[in-house]
Write a protein that binds this ligand. Structure first.
Ligand SMILES: [Zn+2]
Length: 127
């Protein structure tokens, strides 16, 4: 499997608010930001509006041990094994448009809040 690094995005399958194997049936698919990696898995940032079973709040001790970006202190994260990753979008690969959710290869965030809105959506917000 591709070597993950903090900042990469991974797609996971969710069923009843739990991250499940990509081979199981699922309710929805969500993309998470990787905040740390270890030998067998990775730590994913869980935004407060996501409900994910097993997510815990990042405390100062764990943040330091895992060298996680201080901006994630007090935020929720979940640890998963690599086999639960359905898809990987490496940081250098591109970004998702915040509006239409299309993935744009080689694109970079173009908004102040570090998100990206593609040309089509900027040109026509109602498309
Ligand atoms: Zn778009």
């Amino acid at each position: 499997m591709t070597k993950l690094k903090p900042g990469d995005q991974v797609e996971c399958r969710i069923k009843s608010a739990a991250i499940v194997s990509p081979y199981h049936s699922y309710d929805e698919s969500k993309t998470f930001e990787v905040i740390a990696v270890d030998n067998g898995g990775c730590y994913l940032y869980v935004p407060h509006y996501y409900l994910v079973k097993g997510s815990v709040v990042l405390d100062a001790y764990r943040r330091k041990t895992l060298s996680i970006d201080p901006k994630f202190l007090g935020e929720q994260f979940v640890y998963i094994l690599e086999n639960l990753i359905a898809n990987i979008h490496q940081q250098t690969d591109g970004v998702f448009c915040k509006v239409c959710n299309e993935f744009y290869q080689f694109a970079e965030p173009n908004r102040k809040d570090k998100t990206f809105i593609c040309f089509s959506c900027r040109a026509n917000p109602y498309r």
